[in-house]
Ligand binder design. Structure first.
Ligand SMILES: [Zn+2]
Length: 418
């Protein structure tokens, strides 16, 4: 018998806003920053029944209930979604085979819902869209479905919170959607900050991953998009893969877990692009840009409102574009003058602080292979030759030495007085 409980007591709707009020057992209190999960959709969700609207709440707290082995109680849930929950847990159990995922999900009423196409629309899929390379490739591969771009931001402590990176996402995604004549959906929430740091402090080491990276950034995203898909009458949710065949890392988003999310009889989830590595996806994007002849704007910098052209992610994307024979200016990267000189300068200034550890093993081999295959069509051969022969380990060692020399006194002060 489990004696720890999370109980969804009320789903309060207020136009675009949905507040999920819940209670938890005393022993669980330390893990929660609030007793209300909120979602602010950019549209009225009044026509969505409670049994569907409860899905985001369940998806945000299921993993927590598995790890803490507690009961997750809700009044009413969609029958198709309920049936998928045990399969989702089974798929996560295969991944976390070193940690018992227990818990019990207990609804009082199972409701059968069916999808009804509402209004005239060409859109036949909801695509979870952050703007990064993975979902750009999925967008292009699924253009025929005219996908609705759904951007979910979960880091708001309250609705009054400001998030400049999220605002920049919204601006760029809206502009992008307008160009491609596809609909958008924006959601603000506190789901990513609903738990205190205590959870990761106690469990991250045992699980081998954090709640955010290991569960939420897939489960909550899919769950939150389901009421939108239901409201419009769309039966497919698309989520872009971040891993590929042979990459056995812990991550929330896997084909085996994501594709178990079902809703309203015919609603399903497609984990797209798993057969492609990152460079394969860059190939899809560059090929598409060339075929249209128009610029294809990408913003890959996570916590910036533009491509900084100085970080690991910008570097990887630029390398990827060049390796496919693309021109970085067509993709939203503005570097004046020689690419080689720019990156030499960045590595001189920031080299010691940049980490290419995982990049080198995961992404660079595919990038290098494509650079060699496409060498004849690549315009900036100077940059490619430099990258293929540059000693990044040496640059890092020298960069670190320089950093310590320049910051000797402040480091010493920190060490002495900490
Ligand atoms: Zn950057």
């Amino acid at each position: 018998m489990k004696n720890l409980d999370i109980i969804l007591t009320q789903i309060e709707r207020n136009g675009h806003l949905v507040n999920y009020h819940f209670t938890v057992s005393r022993e669980l209190e330390k893990y929660f920053t609030s007793h209300t999960l909120f979602l602010e959709y950019d549209r009225d969700v009044a026509s969505v029944p409670d049994s569907i609207l409860a899905i985001p709440f369940v998806s945000s707290l299921l993993a927590f209930s598995w790890v803490l082995d507690c009961n997750l109680w809700v009044r009413e849930i969609d029958k198709t979604f309920y049936d998928s929950v045990s399969r989702i847990r089974e798929a996560y159990r295969e991944i976390y085979d070193h940690f018992p995922l227990k818990g019990r999900f207990v609804p009082a009423i199972l409701t059968r819902n069916e999808l009804v196409m509402r209004g005239k629309t060409d859109t036949s899929a909801v695509l979870l869209f952050s703007g990064g390379a993975d979902c750009q490739a999925t967008f292009i591969r699924n253009l025929a479905k005219s996908p609705m771009l759904c951007n979910i931001q979960g880091w708001y402590k309250s609705l009054e919170d400001k998030d400049f990176a999220a605002d920049a996402d919204k601006r760029d995604i809206s502009k992008f959607a307008e160009e491609y004549h596809v609909p958008t959906c924006f959601v603000r929430s506190n789901f990513a900050v609903l738990l205190t740091k205590e959870f990761d402090k106690v469990f991250a080491k045992k699980l081998g991953d954090t709640m955010w990276h290991g569960f939420l950034h897939s489960m909550a995203f899919i769950g939150i998009s389901i009421p939108i898909a239901y409201q419009v009458g769309i039966n497919e949710i698309l989520i872009a893969s971040s891993l590929t065949i042979g990459l056995n890392f812990l991550c929330a988003s896997n084909l085996t877990t994501d594709s178990e999310f079902r809703y309203a009889e015919s609603g399903f989830t497609t984990h797209d692009g798993f057969e492609l590595n990152r460079q394969g996806k860059m190939g899809v994007i560059v090929k598409h840009q060339k075929s249209t002849g128009k610029p294809y704007f990408m913003r890959v910098c996570s916590f910036n409102d533009h491509n900084c052209c100085e970080c690991e992610k910008c570097f990887r994307t630029i390398l990827g574009i060049v390796a496919e024979g693309g021109d970085i200016k067509d993709f939203g990267f503005n570097i004046e003058g020689s690419l080689k000189e720019h990156w030499e300068d960045v590595l001189y200034r920031r080299g010691g602080l940049m980490s290419f550890k995982s990049e080198k093993f995961i992404h660079w081999p595919h990038i290098k292979k494509r650079m060699l295959e496409n060498y004849d069509i690549i315009k900036d051969k100077e940059f490619v030759d430099w990258f293929l022969h540059f000693d990044f380990d040496k640059a890092k060692r020298e960069g670190l030495r320089r950093y310590y020399r320049q910051n000797f006194f402040s480091i010493l002060r920190r060490k002495l007085f900490q």
